[in-house]
Design a binder for this molecule. Structure first.
Ligand SMILES: Cc1ncc(COP(=O)(O)OP(=O)(O)O)c(N)n1
Ligand code: 3NM
Ligand code: MG
Length: 238
């Protein structure tokens, strides 16, 4: 997930408050070649069974995926650590970044490529201190420009906005407008991730608005034709 490495800190930008004429900017420039094309960031189902490793392998073989996040809810770190190694090996075999959700300590223990932190999951500065300069550190920012700028200042490698659409995967309280992606990507080099209920059928406005990554769970793992068909559909789109 090379592209999540940020080159410009928001503090170095001309307008760190974002309160300029670009506020509300909705669409990316036509033919904008300053940012690479949008990529798929796959999130695991909230729980997995013994057959999941094969499913992951099929999904990652079906099309380009930049990163895989292991997001197993309701298990403690020891239980997740026991399930992780084969999945991590599959990611490595496909050259896909392996990101751990929620836990800096677990990311360190597994030697993961990075960690995703929600607003209550820890400080990106602590994650950096523990995981080092090469780690990919992502931060949930809901629908908040303020949280995103704070995350950038704290050294995040990507900021995540969502939930853009209704989702059965998680209870969500925030519904950003896609224009937040355009606002962010116009002002800052740190990549932005769009998440929440994204499918191949509803993703186009998020890509057009400036999402650098689409983070997707249900639309891949619950696809009636299977995970490989779903990843292939995203690949057609991206
Ligand atoms: C890429 C990405 N974006 C947002 C989230 C949500 O994180 P969080 O708010 O901590 O909620 P949980 O995932 O922990 O339920 C995410 N995991 N990944
Ligand atoms: C894990 C998560 N975080 C969200 C947020 O809004 O921060 S939405 C979400 C669920 C993502 O799964 P799906 O693609 O199935 O909707
Ligand atoms: Mg979390």
């Amino acid at each position: 997930m090379e592209r999540v490495m940020a080159e410009t800190d928001p503090r170095e930008q001309d307008d760190p408050t974002g309160l300029n004429a670009l506020d509300g900017f909705a669409d990316r420039f036509e033919g904008d070649d300053r940012r690479p094309p949008c990529q798929l960031y796959l999130i695991s189902p909230p729980s997995i069974d013994a057959g999941f490793a094969e499913r992951l392998d099929r999904a990652l073989a079906a099309g380009p995926v930049a990163a895989f996040q292991l997001r197993l809810k309701g298990l403690d770190d020891h239980a997740v650590a026991a399930l992780a190694p084969p999945l991590q090996a599959i990611c490595a075999a496909h050259d896909v970044a392996f990101i751990v959700n929620d836990s800096i300590g677990l990311a360190k223990r597994l030697g993961a490529d990075g960690v995703h932190l929600g607003q209550g999951d820890g400080d990106p500065r602590d994650a950096r201190a523990v995981l080092g300069p090469g780690a990919q550190i992502g931060v949930t920012c809901h629908d908040s420009r303020h949280l995103a700028m704070e995350a950038g200042e704290a050294g995040a490698d990507y900021v995540a906005f969502g939930a853009f659409y209704p989702t059965d995967t998680k209870e969500t309280r925030h519904r950003p407008d896609p224009s937040i992606l355009g606002w962010w990507s116009t002002l800052f080099e740190i990549p932005c991730v769009a998440i929440g209920g994204i499918t191949p059928d509803n993703a186009a406005p998020l890509i057009a608005a400036g999402a650098d990554f689409l983070a997707v769970s249900g639309a891949v793992w619950n696809d009636a034709e299977g995970e490989a068909a779903a990843v292939a559909r995203f690949a057609d789109l991206l």
